[in-house]
Write a protein that binds this ligand. Structure first.
Ligand SMILES: [Zn+2]
Length: 257
């Protein structure tokens, strides 16, 4: 029998049973196991963990837990001096590209609006989402912690909110993406790239009234949909502004743990 003391920090507490939140608690188990397995058995997906300390020393997911260990588990951006310890060393993906779970259609449109590459198909099941995330090196966005626990998934973000506007902020904050926003770069409908196109080429796909006022157009290189800064543009600009503003989020509030 092994007995350890566990303590989870910050938003990792959201995954725990109520009586285990924001405090150290004792946990016993019979079989030898890795710390990754132990953490996931508490309900916390490995993708959400950035730093593990066993008796004050940083350890990797493969660390085999010993009887009496004191284990502390931190998410990203925990305000904690980590000068002497090392994070889990998950190599960052070279490009920040996403794949989103089936219930996140609204978030997907917002990410594309900000120019981020985000695959989405409401017909994809968990196995396909996980496999595509691994093969195409895409960050998996989901509210399903079981999906993030799949071993094949290396990069994922669990969305704590169920509102699209707040989910967008969670993604931007967690991955520090506010400097990489490129509005009007991606098709909201199919995720294709938008390229400038001559007015003459799109003339028959744009209302005559619009042609009188607007002379710059973009075309999706995959589905051919035409975009311009028309009447919807002010609404879209507001969504972008809200996503990038720090207010209304809990970014400024004191640490919750
Ligand atoms: Zn398109």
């Amino acid at each position: 029998m092994f007995t350890v003391e566990l303590r989870f920090y910050e938003e990792l507490n959201d995954f725990l049973a109520r009586d285990r939140r924001k405090r150290a608690y004792s946990f016993s188990f019979a079989e030898r196991r890795s710390v990754k397995d132990l953490i996931e058995s508490q309900g916390v997906p490995h993708t959400e963990v950035d730093l593990i300390l066993a008796n004050g020393e940083s350890v990797g997911f493969e660390y085999i837990v010993r009887d009496g260990d004191r284990i502390s588990v931190y998410p990203r951006f925990e305000s904690f001096d980590i000068g002497r310890v090392s994070r889990l060393g998950r190599p960052p993906l070279r490009q920040c590209r996403f794949i989103a779970d089936v219930h996140l259609g609204k978030l997907v449109r917002r990410l594309r609006l900000l120019g981020f590459d985000c695959l989405y198909n409401p017909r994809w099941g968990d196995a396909e989402l996980a496999a595509r995330s691994a093969v195409e090196k895409r960050i998996l966005l989901t509210r399903d912690r079981g999906l993030l626990k799949r071993a094949v998934v290396s990069h994922g973000v669990f969305l704590h909110s169920d509102a699209a506007a707040e989910q967008l902020k969670e993604v931007l904050r967690r991955l520090d993406l506010t400097g990489r926003v490129r509005p009007l770069a991606r098709c909201l409908k199919c995720n294709g790239d938008l390229k400038p196109v001559a007015e003459e080429v799109v003339r028959d796909r744009v209302p005559a009234r619009t042609l009188r006022y607007i002379h710059r157009y973009l075309e999706c290189d995959q589905c051919g949909k035409v975009y311009w800064k028309g009447t919807h543009w002010s609404r879209l600009r507001r969504i972008i502004r809200e996503a990038l503003s720090p207010s209304g989020s809990d970014a400024d509030s004191p640490p919750r743990s």
